[in-house]
Design a protein around this ligand. Structure first.
Ligand SMILES: Nc1ncnc2c1ncn2[C@@H]1O[C@H](COP(=O)(O)OP(=O)(O)OP(=O)(O)O)[C@@H](O)[C@H]1O
Ligand SMILES: [Mg+2]
Length: 280
């Protein structure tokens, strides 16, 4: 585990996320996973996940979609080790998390997962660098190094000029960047987010998605819940839930590639329209 702490945030060599995915163990593997919520009397209240089989490989950029109540947050909470499944298998970076004690699971979670909440969940009394440094405290990283790494990570998310500020002095988009920096500072193997743009207006949301795309390009595995098709459109894989089951799981071409292709198609269309006039 100490070795994991010292690893860089991104694999040293892979040139592309696909290369990063090739030949390595999956980041997350779920088999026949179920989550049942019980009433206090022990009777079944809701079967929120009814048998999920999914494998997330290194370097993937995945959106989990589905209607309200379909089980997205339940699934993300299980994936993020914030909640345990009722039964089924969950291997996180190759290790069966069901077998771990609460303390071991919480340590392992801290090493492997960077989690981003819709509502940012920053500590208002702390400066942004202290907020970002918090997870390193639990990993017993010395204070000077904690702050140094926090400042470095804030620089990566474009907030190097906001050091010393408290969360309330920042815009919503900037606060979400602080939360992303806090998720990245531990150098996790996977970034998980439940509706990370849900509290942001659309242009601020797009800026956050641009940042996710940069992180993905540099090799980070990203898994996010969204109900918004515009957000899912930018991911490379969409897993859609319906009533606690996977309705479909499909790859889609890269957003940048699609965007470039559509710009090119528009240019071609303009050429086609203009060429008769230009020929005079
Ligand atoms: N703590 C809980 N106790 C009991 N039932 C719950 C609990 N959390 C969620 N549920 C139920 O489990 C089902 C799935 O809920 P979940 O929150 O995962 O849905 P979701 O897809 O995230 O929905 P939304 O898009 O509204 O956030 C729902 O029927 C919900 O009512
Ligand atoms: Mg939800």
């Amino acid at each position: 585990m100490t070795q994991t702490l010292d690893q860089p945030a991104t694999p040293a060599t892979p040139a592309t996320p696909a290369a990063a995915a090739a030949g390595s163990a999956p980041v997350a593997e779920l088999r026949a996973l179920r989550k049942v919520y019980y009433k206090p009397d022990g009777s079944v209240m809701v079967e929120a996940l009814r048998g999920i089989d999914v494998t997330i490989n290194r370097g993937e950029y995945v959106a989990i979609m589905g209607a309200s109540g379909s089980g997205k947050s339940t699934l993300m909470n299980v994936l993020g080790c914030l909640d345990r499944p009722t039964d089924g298998l969950y291997l996180l970076d190759g290790q069966d998390v069901a077998a771990m004690s609460d303390d071991d699971l919480s340590n392992y979670r801290g090493l492997k997962i960077g989690f981003i909440f819709q509502a940012f969940n920053l500590i208002p009394q702390l400066t942004i660098e202290e907020n970002v440094a918090t997870p390193l405290f639990y990993q017993r990283v010395p204070r000077a190094e904690r702050i140094e790494r926090a400042i470095e990570t804030l620089g990566k998310v474009g907030l190097g000029d906001r050091l010393g500020h408290r969360p309330r002095e920042l815009s919503g988009g900037q606060q979400q960047r602080v939360a992303i920096a806090r998720a990245l500072v531990t150098r996790p193997v996977v970034l998980m987010a439940d509706e990370p743009t849900g509290n942001l207006d659309s242009s601020t949301g797009q800026a956050i998605l641009n940042l996710f795309e940069e992180l993905h390009t540099s090799g980070m595995t990203i898994l996010m819940v969204t109900h918004d098709p515009v957000v899912a459109e930018r991911c490379l894989r969409v897993v859609r839930l319906k009533d606690g089951l996977i309705e479909y799981d499909r790859q889609q071409p890269g957003y940048r590639g699609r965007k470039a292709a559509s710009v090119q198609a528009n240019l071609n269309a303009n050429d086609a329209v203009q060429s008769p006039a230009q020929s005079h």
